[in-house]
Design a binder for this molecule. Sequence first.
Ligand code: PLP
Length: 694
Amino acid sequence: MPIRRQIAEKIGYLYLRDSLPYSLTITRSEAINYLFVIILMSTELYLDANATSPVLPAAIAAATAAMGACFGNPSSSHACGLRAKALLDATRARARRVLGAAEGRVMFTSGATEGIQTAVLSALCAVRERRLRGMACGDLLVYGATEHKAVPESLAHWNRLLGTNLELRPLPVDAEGRHRLDLLRELAPRAAFVCTMAANNETGVVSDLDGIARVLEDTKSPALWMVDCVQALGKLPLQLSATRIDYAPFSGHKLYAPKGIGLLYVRADAPYTPLICGGGQEAGQRSGTENMAGIAALGAVLEALEEGVTFRTPAQLRALRDRLAGALREAFPSLLFNAPLEHALPTTLNFSVPGMSSKELLDLFDAAGVRVSAGSACSASKAAPSYVLDAMGVPLERSASAVRLSFGPLADEAFIEDACARILHCGRALAQARPDAPLRQLESFGASGWLLFDQAGRHCIAIDPPAALAPRIAADLRARDCTLLACFDTSHGAGGADALGELLGVTPGWPGGAQQVRFGDDFLDAISLGQDVLARHGDAWLLGRLADGELLPQAVRFVFGVAPQDVAFEAALCCHRLGEPAVSRPGGEALPDEGIDLDATSAAAYLAAHPEALLVDVRELPEHAAAAAQLRGRAAHNVPLSQLAGQAAHWLREPRPLVFVCRSGNRSARAARLLRRLGHAQAWHVAGGLALAG
Ligand code: PLP
């Protein structure tokens, strides 16, 4: 087959250098997929700018210079110090121009969290002082319900610590994520401090700051006002001195400066209390030797903003954002945007795809080399749904699917084109990835359910389907034109059989009575599923193949529910509803699951030394379809974690060394642990996953 060999050789020549024998056997579509993975994995597209941004090359150069030739301490009176002081003063002057802050204080901080602390401390100290002097100052600390957690946490902390005992009152937002100004009007006369953000980090929703200022003015509110401007810099026009805003914190790392540098604007006659005291730097307002590398880098970014050449304008950004929105709609036709684009930053899109979880979408994008997030970076490691979308009244199932895509004003046409192409590729991968395994595990909040299909995938039985997944299972079965023969829970009330049954018009519960099969001396109630039967034995359901109308214990492949103790199932695996692992082997010897970790280099060496070993990608089908996994030139065989139980039975019958791999090493570790506990002695995984494999 000369064509195949030519493709394979070309890949070897172009990308592998030393072509490996297995690459001569790949098919054309595998070859294309393989090419994709090499290209995608070697170039990643960062679309998570609201979490942090890369550092502008000019900022790196400025920081390097500040650590090199211009290393002086700006407080020193010699020439080295004077040069550093000149840099400090020039950067502050530039910041004043960019922020429209000719008056008031502009000071350097370590980032927005410090700026927020300083503003909160200053406001609460002022409240305490005013109270002591018998002045009216309000009794509420009002903050937008969608503020970054740094705001309510700081308010609660300092309120407690200073003993001001004001009442914290979240200001609700409407369905579009904008502050309820009607409610602010009610609260404003009692507000001591009002905290709102210029733009939300998760949804990009831009606040109506003029509207808020008007309410504070109209109601003659005694409140001090902080506006968290972190997401506004470089994306929205700012003229701080012309506003009523008392405090405005900024963060460098959200706009191409490094982490650890920020700014705080304080209005000319706003109260101020230093958070950090010491050597009297920053005119005694914020002590500690200045972070000159960070300040120099931030200065380079401010210079780029001021010159107006490096970054795209809001109108250009809007056009780029709209192109991305179009690609998303095309790739995922049922997609819903969680915030109206006309009220959002021109660089942020927050969307949900009904039926898909945020994690699945993130994994799919990640497979295509597109880095996005499920919400704020701070809460990315927590499973809790977004409090921002919650505050907007977005239903739980929709917020559980939310994805944030954000880019910075440095983005150009080519970058957005590439992003659109990859988004469309993800859509195609999702559409083409139709699971066809006869046994699928469904996981939700630590509970497992099981879908059993006949060989043709035309008939299905659902056991313990998680209620949260019922709509998705129903949609999937409808799309496949697959008939649900039965859906039931193995323990009362815990599963979602009722929800799924209702959606598909099937009476939930074990139907029974359809067929009787012999099992030893007993006759069991059974349903046929293709060539197999599912038979009820007390609290257990046995899946196996009949021989002469009889189900022999050795022909049972899977047991669901509570396995009977008095029957020896030689070859069966037990599929549980709760617990990790969700699969066990009755009577089998579990092996310890320590020492399963291999780093990418040792995994590659192990695979090279064991040609019979199988590299198994346990990512789900759409991820594999987006970009097939490979480790140092070795292509992986895809068995998604949700289909591992069915495949495990085969690997236990015909053992061969297994090396599991996934995106981050979590799912592959679970797979290797499962196989070890089932008694497979040679199961390993690539710790750190494809993300660290290089
Ligand atoms: N406020 C907003 C809106 C943010 O997005 C962030 C960062 O995620 C912060 C405050 C905290 O900023 P920093 O990381 O500089 O402390």
